[in-house]
Design a protein around this ligand. Sequence first.
Ligand SMILES: O=C(O)CCC(=O)C(=O)O
Length: 266
Amino acid sequence: MNLDTPYQVTPDQISRFQRDGYIKLKNVFDAATLDYYGREITELVLKLNPQTKPMHERTTYEKAFLQVINLWRHSAVVKEFVFSRRLARLAAELMGTRGVRLYHDQALYKEPSGGLTPWHADQQYWPLATAKCCTVWVPLQATPLAMGPLAFSVGSHCLTTGRDLEISDESEKKISKLLLDKQLPQDETPFDLGEVSFHYGWTFHRAGPNTSDRPRRVMTVIYMDVDMRLAQPRNKNQERDWHNWCPGAVVGEIIKTPLNPSLYER
Ligand SMILES: O=C(O)CCC(=O)C(=O)O
C-alpha cells in the first residue's frame, strides 16, 4: 500500500491544472491498494447509504449516485485512505497552497441503471472564501464511458455565470447551453485503473449514466487551502454545509474544526 509517498507532478502539469481547472493523473494508486480500501469503502456505503427509494421514484440528483459523506469517521481503514499524504500533497501542489485541510470526503456510487450526473460546480454548495479548493475523484475500478466517468468543461472554472445553479435538471440544461455558447472543449474520457482526477470547486463537470451491469464505485476527498476562511453562506446549501461539515467554524475565520484537520503542510 502506498498512500503517503510523493507522486511527482511536473510544473507543466501544475500549470495545466490551473489553466484548465482539472487534471487527470495516471498510476496514482496500484490495483492492490484500490482493492483493499475499495472493499472497506463499499461495505460502509452499503451500511450507511440513506437511499431507500426505487430508481424510478428518485429525483435526477438521487438517480445519479448513492452518496455517503465522511466515511473516515466510521472506519480507521477508510481514514488511512482519506488522510493519504500522497493525495493531499498533490492537492496542495496543484493549487499552489502551503497546505490543505479536509472539507469532507464522500463516496459516490453510480448504480447499474443510475442516471447522469447533471452539469454543476461544487462550490455552489461550499461556504468558502476563495476558489482554492478542489476534489480528488478516485474510481475504484477502471471506468469506461459506459459507467459514467467524470467529464470536465475545460477552462470553465473561469466562467462566472451558472455558478448559482444547484445539481438539477435545470443545471444540466442551462449549463450545457452556456458551455456550448462559450465553445469550451469538453473532456469525457475513460479512467484507467489507478487514474484519478482533481478539479477546482468552480470547474463545471458532469458524468453520463451507468449503462453497464456493474456499480461505478468512486471515492472522493475534498480539500481546501489550509488557510481557508469561512464565507457568509450565499444560499441554503452553503448554510447546511457549514453546520454539517464545519460545525462551530466562524464566518471570516480560518476553518479549523475537528472535522477539518490539516492533511498536508509543506
Ligand atoms: O461522481 C459523479 O458522478 C459526480 C462527482 C462530482 O460531481 C464531484 O466529485 O464533484
